[in-house]
Design a binder for this molecule. Structure first.
Ligand code: CP
Ligand code: NVA
Length: 328
């Protein structure tokens, strides 16, 4: 059987993504019942390699793996021979002999693909320049919790859309049949290849994927407002020009007026108050950003359990007696 990796959400089926959200929710509900899942991954080891900084991804995977009874090695490229030029492919072969699962946070997406291609154990993409799949599973759980459903909601993403978070949002929305609107300047629109692939999923799921350069069109009557930084990691030299072009896409109190009164505001964090979002919105009553950050922990535990179970996720969810599928 081929190894199941977790590199971007476009590689999942609709049923797998649905089941992953349900499992994340179930795990969250039983977090403090120590006997449930607490020994699920005893004897398993997760190795994480960070080529870029991380607070949430690193700590939530580390705590999550430990709460499931497993062990974690959290490494940076610099402390490995990888930092002195040892090929990723050789690193993957070696780590596969020692550990049960590997996470990589890196720059070019091709690096995580190269690691996965040579790994005999599952590889998780902990963020690359074009994908951030673990984030979006937590985002979906957050919306489900706050709105009670994912479908029949208008979800608006405003800002830099040539972005790892937006790309996996496109895949998730397309797979699950959601109503997803992007507002971005043309020069910061999503990758055409990813958009095209998402549109093919949307054709079977009935998802609505809308792209505009008018933030008001996307925000109008939105139930969920999402943004991300204007200058992602690795693009720091473009910061000044990005600030100029993206200014009309700031999520401020005026922008939130276009959305539904009970709209929630989401951001994967870290946020830059005064750039993509104002302090009033980020720290205001509609913001659910810290629930979203917490949900990384629960979503990551679900991802680890699934990949390490060696099972089909739907079978795994049944085994875990998850009964509240109707919530989605
Ligand atoms: N949202 C997110 O991935 O945060 P970190 O960069 O802190 O991991
Ligand atoms: N788009 C952001 C996400 C950070 C978690 C970045 O890549 O820097």
């Amino acid at each position: 059987m081929s190894v199941k990796h977790f590199l971007h959400l476009g590689a999942l089926t609709k049923d797998e993504l649905d089941a992953l959200i349900i499992l994340s929710q179930r795990i969250k509900h039983v977090r403090h019942q120590k006997s449930v899942f607490s020994e699920a991954l005893v004897g398993k080891t997760l190795a994480m390699i960070f080529e870029r900084p991380s607070t949430r991804t690193r700590i939530s995977f580390e705590v999550g793996m430990q709460e499931l009874g497993g062990r974690v090695l959290s490494l940076t490229t610099q402390e490995l021979q990888l930092g002195r030029g040892e090929p990723l492919e050789d690193t993957a072969q070696v780590l596969s002999r020692y550990v049960d699962i590997i996470l990589l946070r890196t720059s070019e997406h091709t690096r995580v693909e190269a690691l996965a291609a040579s790994s005999q154990v599952p590889v998780i993409n902990g963020l690359s320049d074009i994908h951030h799949p673990t984030q979006v599973v937590a985002d979906l759980l957050t919306i489900l919790e706050h709105k009670g459903r994912l479908r029949d909601l208008k979800i608006a993403y405003v800002g830099d859309a040539h972005n790892n978070v937006t790309h996996d949002w496109l895949f998730a929305a397309a797979l699950l049949g959601l109503d997803f609107h992007i507002a971005a300047p043309e020069m910061y629109g999503p990758s055409p290849a990813i958009l095209q692939k998402a549109r093919t999923f949307a054709a079977s799921s009935g998802a609505r994927l809308a792209l505009t350069d008018d933030p008001r069109a996307a925000l109008s009557n939105a139930d969920v407002v999402i943004t991300d930084v204007w200058t992602s990691m690795g693009r720091e030299e473009e910061r000044d020009i990005r600030l100029k072009h993206l200014k009309p896409y700031q999520v401020n109190e005026e922008a939130m007026q276009y959305a539904q009164e009970d709209a929630i505001f989401m951001h994967c964090l870290p946020a830059h108050r005064g750039e993509e979002v104002t302090k009033a919105v980020m720290d205001g009553p509609q913001s659910v950003v810290f629930d979203e950050a917490e949900n990384r922990l629960h979503a990551h535990k679900a991802i680890l359990l699934w990949l390490l179970s060696g099972q089909n996720i739907e079978a795994f969810v049944q085994d875990a007696s998850v009964k509240d599928k109707a919530l989605i």
